[in-house]
Write a protein that binds this ligand. Sequence first.
Ligand code: ADP
Ligand code: MG
Length: 249
Amino acid sequence: MTFLEIKNISMSFEENAVLHSINMSIQEGEFVSILGPSGSGKSTLFHLIGGIMTPDSGEIQLKTENITGKKGYISYMPQSASLFPWRTVLENVILAQELKGKKDIQKAKNMLRKAGLGAFEKAYPNVLSGGMKQRVSFIRALLSAENLLCLDEPFGALDEFTRLEMQKWLLSIWEEHKRTVLFITHNIDEALFLSDRIFILSNRPAHILTEITVPFNRPREENLWLEPSFLEWKKKIYFLLQNQEGTMK
Ligand code: ADP
Ligand code: MG
């Protein structure tokens, strides 16, 4: 059964058309990336899936339920970690559970420990590095009860080395929990390294240029990004994105 169905979604802000007739089917347990240029409408798509905006046309279904314009069905990790500075790390990660009235502090502590943050439970966000903040934010999303995790360029602000470490960490967590993940990125390597499938968006107004089933085995090799087959795929996607901008090579 399809887990998430995005049907013919179009959206504009006044006369500025942002999304044009987007269709996607996501299966339960899949890791799917949405790859597109900056400003193409990726975050807007997440705002629509999260129900904080309503599309001009189209429908969003979660397990056949129509959730268009409805909040509270997905777990969302925004582009910046957005931790509450007055709450400790532990208090930040149990926030989503607190809001639902179901706290599992032991589980939260275990996950923090596994993420190498055990010593920081009682620390406040201001002492954490960028990568640590993103891990806290991700654990908070993972601890919420909703099955669909929407991650909006979670590693965009990190340096290259930390980003690689975080990608590996995310994959190890995902292999363990097998949640359905929708992952936004404008980084081709990141999309190829992490995903089962990639939807490639055009420039604004974004439509789907193509959909790729990523052929690499799991668990992914740590140095996959150095393999010739990886570089081949990277090239294909790169030229696809470049040519649609009219800069022919
Ligand atoms: P991306 O996440 O792909 O970088 P966004 O979805 O954030 O792109 O934005 C796509 C376009 O929509 C941009 O031109 C942006 O300025 C515009 N936009 C996004 N949100 C709003 C809003 N609430 N009101 C008006 N314009 C918006
Ligand atoms: Mg964005």
